[in-house]
Design a protein around this ligand. Sequence first.
Ligand code: FES
Length: 94
Amino acid sequence: MTERIICRCNDVTQEEIEALIDQGITDIEMIKRLLRIGMGPCQGRTCIPMVVSILARKTGKKPDEINLPATRIPVRPVPAGVLVGEMEGDGDEE
Ligand code: FES
């Protein structure tokens, strides 16, 4: 049987997610914490909607009835130059 990877960033399968739901864990925030879905480089852009879909199907809820996990801002401030790819030595040094 082939595994269906839901979170490619963290190699989490559909079976792992469904196993938690079958154990009664239906809070997406708790699923996120236990399996680390949505914590990879893509920040859950691809996997969170699929987890919502799985949760909706398994619990009989509508997808819009499922609360999305909270987004968190970075703990440390990030200089704007890092975000735009500014390299050391760029700029107007003479
Ligand atoms: S696919 Fe899940 S965090 Fe990127």
